[in-house]
Design a protein around this ligand. Structure first.
Ligand code: IMP
Ligand code: MG
Length: 179
């Protein structure tokens, strides 16, 4: 697996520090609120698992899955719900936990859908932000790291469902996805 990686962009240590900082910030901001962390499957699971342990106030978690990318590199624009939330979010302070904010299509769809369900608040926490690629006007409230316009894998992020288990965020060798 390592032989497919061109370079490490964010090391394991750097990820640890980044997520810890986000957890501390969220714990401060949501003190006394009814926090519900919503993880968008599957890319955000590693981030979610670490982030929730860096949050030291009461919170609930839920999951949702949407299709946007398939196995390709680029968003199709069509977003479809594959798994909806288990919980009613009315009155909850929802924090959406995402792996990466790219074109913004996926998150803007999810936000619009959740807005209609009368949450007390809806905010976005993304591990990675790729602002150069934005097609829809949307910004995250919490951002781990801004990354350049390169396709990244690891720490939950995949290419063709592979590389999610890498403990760092890295860039694939171009020959992996042009073959
Ligand atoms: P958006 O709708 O274009 O913002 O796409 C968001 C989703 O696309 C993310 O949740 C990822 O699953 C996927 N994605 C976008 N960029 C990358 C990348 O560089 N590596 C892996 N997955 C990505
Ligand atoms: Mg993906």
């Amino acid at each position: 697996m390592m032989s497919d990686i061109d370079k490490v962009l964010i090391s394991k240590d750097e990820l640890r520090k980044t997520v810890k900082k986000l957890g501390e910030q969220i714990s401060r901001d949501y003190k006394g609120k009814d926090l519900l962390l919503v993880s968008v499957l599957k890319g955000s699971i590693v981030f979610m698992a670490d982030l929730m342990r860096d949050i030291d106030i009461p919170c609930r978690i839920d999951f949702m899955a949407v299709s946007s990318y398939g196995s390709g590199l680029k968003s199709s624009g069509a977003v479809r719900i594959i798994k909806d939330l288990d919980n009613n979010i009315e009155g909850k302070d929802v924090l959406i936990v995402e792996d990466i904010l790219d074109s913004g299509k996926t998150l803007s769809y999810i936000c619009e859908m959740l807005y209609a369900r009368n949450a007390a608040s809806i905010r976005i926490c993304t591990l990675l932000d790729k602002p150069e690629r934005r097609e829809v006007e949307i910004n995250a409230d919490y951002i781990g790291k801004v990354v350049p316009n390169e396709f990244v894998v690891g720490y939950g992020l995949d290419y063709d469902e592979l590389y999610r288990n890498l403990p760092f965020v890295g860039v694939l060798k171009p020959e992996i996805y042009v073959k």
